[in-house]
Design a protein around this ligand. Structure first.
Ligand code: UDP
Length: 250
């Protein structure tokens, strides 16, 4: 039984990082290459899903939704079901690498521009010397190379497919190909490969502790400003809405 908290229609698992590792282990054990979907909802996801039924439905049907962002934490507190822990995307990524290294899982990394996935793979291999990454591909492709990528993934049948193409593109891509992808789990990873590749610097610890990583990201990538305007709207919504579990498409 999942222990979830629903915020504006999106179910998010109330778990810590250890639980995330254990649940993923179970998903992989029982999947039999049925491509279980793992998502990492943050405030932007929840707000995007209020305008996008396709995205809303994908988040709702995910088998695991790890709690990302301070906004999600506030949503849990507001319902008197505080989340055990905030799990930033990269923390989940690294936990699964750590568990996967021991369990001998195979990994495929899809996403990022140009050399990003390769650099990410190189760095991951340095930090997890026994990791078994069977393939990677950048996240920009036309129809023809998309078919080749899917064929390659299906030939390799990895346990874990990490897809880092940003939300909601990565979740929609996974859901669109869920039936054909021969992987145990597919997890959306946003900008994680950029971090792992050393292309974007992670916020200093003090920013992470205070839950204001978004401010750091904004300073590094000012183009994110308009995306972030949804944050105050979200806070107003969950402060003044009577039933914050209800989503736009419920
Ligand atoms: N990306 C991709 N294919 C695309 C669009 C984006 O691989 O068609 C990559 C992009 O290069 C970047 C990541 O997806 O590495 C998006 O990162 P972002 O920080 O925007 O994602 P978020 O964490 O905000 O969801």
């Amino acid at each position: 039984m999942r222990n979830t908290v629903r915020i504006l229609g999106i179910d998010i698992d109330n778990i810590n990082i250890e639980d995330a590792g254990n649940i993923t282990k179970k998903l992989i054990k029982n999947s039999n290459k049925s491509c279980k979907i793992v998502v990492a909802p943050n405030t932007e996801f929840i707000m995007m899903a209020q305008k996008d039924k396709e995205f809303f439905d994908i988040l709702r049907k995910a088998e695991l939704a790890t709690p990302d962002s301070v906004g999600v934490m506030i949503g849990g507190k507001k319902q008197k079901t505080p989340f055990k822990q905030r799990i930033p995307g990269q923390a989940y990524f690294r936990k699964i690498l750590e568990v996967g290294e021991k369990e001998n899982w195979t990994f495929y990394l899809l996403g990022g521009k140009g050399e990003v996935p390769k650099l990410a793979v190189d760095n991951v291999k340095k930090n997890y010397p026994n990791i078994n990454i069977v393939g990677y591909h950048e996240g920009y492709f036309d129809k023809e190379s998309e078919e080749e990528v899917i064929a390659e993934i299906n030939r390799l049948e990895p346990n874990v497919l990490f897809v880092a193409m940003g939300a909601p593109l990565q979740e929609k891509w996974i859901a669109k190909h869920q039936q054909e992808l021969k992987v145990d789990i597919a997890a959306g990873q946003g900008g994680t490969f950029d971090y792992e590749a050393g292309k974007i610097q992670r916020a200093p610890k003090v920013f992470q502790k205070l839950g204001i990583e978004w401010l750091w990201r904004l300073a590094l990538q000012p183009s994110r400003f308009f995306r972030m305007l949804v944050l105050p709207v979200y806070l107003i919504k969950i402060t003044f809405t009577k039933d914050i579990t209800k989503g736009k498409f419920d």
